[in-house]
Design a protein around this ligand. Structure first.
Ligand SMILES: Nc1ncnc2c1ncn2[C@@H]1O[C@H](COP(=O)(O)OP(=O)(O)OP(=O)(O)O)[C@@H](O)[C@H]1O
Length: 262
C-alpha cells in the first residue's frame, strides 16, 4: 500500500513544544502530520530533537505545550497499534530469542504456549524462525536487530516508530535490512516514522524526509521522495536518487547554520 496526499492522517502534531526540567528547549513549534502508509524520516543534526519528537509520539514523554492527535485511533486501542525499535536491540542476554520476542505479550499476561504461534510468526517475518532457541550472544548484530524488530511486531502494530535502528550495523547488513523493512512495509501496510542521521538511508527508505534544525528543534524542510515503492538496490544508483540526496544534503546543511551567530 502506498500513501498519498489523500490518505487519512495517522498522527498529527501541532505546535509541539518540549522544555526539559533543566530548561533545555528540545522542540519549538514542531508540527507534523503523518499519513497512513507513509514512511517518514526525521533527519537532522545531533540534538535537534528527533528522539524527543519520537518519544512524544510514542507517549513516553509529554509535550510542554501543543497537541498530539491520533485521528483514526481510539485512545484505548492506541498502545496496541504502536511498535518501537531503538538503536540498541536491548535484548535480555540470559533469555532465548523466543523469550525475548514473547516479552511484550508476557507482560500482558499471555502464557508461553498461548503466545507460541504469534512468536514464531513474528520470527518468521524477519527470517529467524530457526533461531528461537538461541541466546542473543550467539547472533550477529544484524540478527539481534531482527529479533528486536520481531519483538516490536508481536503486538501486530500498525505504526512503527524506529529510532536509528540500523545505525550500529555494517553497511551491507544495513542495506539488507533496509530492503527487508521496505518489503515488510509493503506487505503489512505499516506507517513508519524513522529517525536517522543518514541522508542516503533517509532518501532510500522514505516517502518523505523531514529535515530538522536544532536550538530549538523544529522542522525546516519537508521533502517528498517520489520514486515508486518498494525500492530495490537499483534505486541507489539512479539519477533521481542522487538528485534527491543532493537536495536533502543541502537542506541538512542549511539546518547546520547556527541561529543568531551561535
Ligand atoms: N531528559 C532530558 N533532559 C534534559 N535535556 C534533554 C533530555 N533529553 C534530551 N535532552 C536535550 O534535548 C535536546 C534534543 O535531544 P534529542 O535526543 O531529542 O535530539 P536528537 O536529535 O535525537 O539527537 P541525536 O541525533 O544526538 O540522538 C538536546 O539538547 C538534548 O541534550
Amino acid at each position: 500500500m502506498s500513501a498519498n496526499a489523500t490518505s487519512p492522517v495517522t498522527v498529527s502534531l501541532k505546535h509541539v513544544r518540549k522544555v526539559f526540567e533543566n530548561g533545555t528547549t528540545a522542540l519549538e513549534n514542531f508540527s507534523l502530520d503523518v499519513r497512513q502508509g507513509e514512511f517518514v524520516s526525521l533527519l537532522g543534526p545531533s540534538g535537534c530533537g528527533k528522539s524527543s519528537a519520537l518519544r512524544i509520539i510514542a507517549g513516553l514523554s509529554e509535550p510542554s505545550s501543543g497537541t498530539v492527535d491520533w485521528p483514526m485511533a481510539d485512545a484505548a486501542g492506541l498502545q496496541h497499534e504502536l511498535g518501537f525499535v531503538f538503536q540498541e536491540p536491548t535484548l535480555m542476554p540470559w533469555a532465548s530469542v523466543f523469550s525475548n520476542v514473547w516479552l511484550p505479550l508476557r507482560a500482558k499476561g499471555v502464557s508461553k504456549s498461548a503466545a507460541c504461534d504469534r512468536v514464531m510468526e513474528s520470527l518468521a517475518t524477519v527470517g529467524l524462525e530457526d533461531f528461537a532457541g538461541h541466546r542473543p550472544q550467539e547472533l550477529s548484530g544484524g540478527m539481534k536487530m531482527r529479533v528486536s524488530i520481531a519483538r516490536a511486531l508481536i503486538t501486530r502494530p500498525k505504526v512503527l516508530l524506529m529510532d536509528e535502528p540500523f545505525a550500529a550495523l555494517d553497511e551491507i547488513t544495513r542495506f539488507k535490512l533496509n530492503n527487508d523493512l521496505l518489503q515488510l512495509q509493503e506487505r503489512f501496510g505499516w506507517t513508519i516514522l524513522f529517525v536517522t542521521h543518514s541522508v542516503f538511508e533517509s532518501v532510500y527508505l522514505s516517502s518523505r524526509v523531514v529535515v530538522m534544525a536544532a536550538r530549538p528543534g523544529r522542522v525546516i524542510q519537508d521533502l517528498a521522495i517520489e520514486a515508486p515503492r518498494p525500492r530495490q538496490d537499483g534505486f541507489r544508483t539512479s539519477p533521481y536518487y542522487s538528485a534527491r540526496c543532493r537536495d536533502v544534503s543541502a537542506a541538512l546543511e542549511s539546518a547546520m547554520v547556527p541561529m543568531d551567530g551561535m
